[in-house]
Design a protein around this ligand. Sequence first.
Ligand code: ZN
Length: 292
Amino acid sequence: MQEELLKLIYDYAIKVKMPDYSFMEKLINIVKTYDNLDKYILEFELKDEDENDKKILGNYNGSSKKITVYQLQILKCLKDKNYNFTILERNFFNCVIFVQVILHEISHAIQYKMIESNNSSLETYILKSALANYDQEIVTEMFKHGYSINQVKIYMELQEKARKNNKKINYNIAPQERLAQINSYQKLEDILENIKNAIPMLFRYIKLMKYENLLLGYEFSKNSISSPTFKYFRDSNDLNRFSKFGWYTNDVEKLLNNLQCRYDLNERLKLGLLVQDREYDEFRRNLKKGIL
Ligand SMILES: [Zn+2]
């Protein structure tokens, strides 16, 4: 897959051609085939901009399974960014930014595939909690306790309404957004790995963006670092959903310890879980020094 995607990017970058509908179509089809996403990407569209929110670059609709990418918005982004790229890097950059937006939206399609699977990872559980229209576990419990189909339906509709009203997503802490950013930059890194020596500054930029997104949403408060994912669920009064895990406790010190035993720093950063101040500082320092 990586080679096919690299060839596509290369063809456009070398001809100094801006990605168009055909580019988007080819890219989506390559990933769709490779990741078995036929059921999860039904349509896609390239538009100038979103009428309601001019700032968004792309969108994946979980109900209609449609990806929309807004090219005018992406072009504006390109103008704003001025790095010390060589001409070759600049030409690649113009393509790569498009690719990142499309890969971000494809990541959302992959997330929907994950939450419908039997995968029992913590990542899937977090995504399920953030994306599903209603809580499947509660529905199962309701049936077990003898609630009627109508009562369950009412519960599901209310949940869906609440989710729609709660449209404003905080992109810095929403796990589905952090993960889509991290995964799309990781994929880009994998695609460009083979030509990294020809585009060193651009390759470094992509790596940096991945690390920046790993650190996104972490904040210092009272000398300790907050977890974006826990903050996200706390904000919607839904932190209790973690209590089913043996490692979960209200004691922050203990919680951090329990998580450290189970997940390494990279996994915790990716999932937006707790990290130690010292771990965070060291990660930042290494990032600045270019060690990572
Ligand atoms: Zn997104």
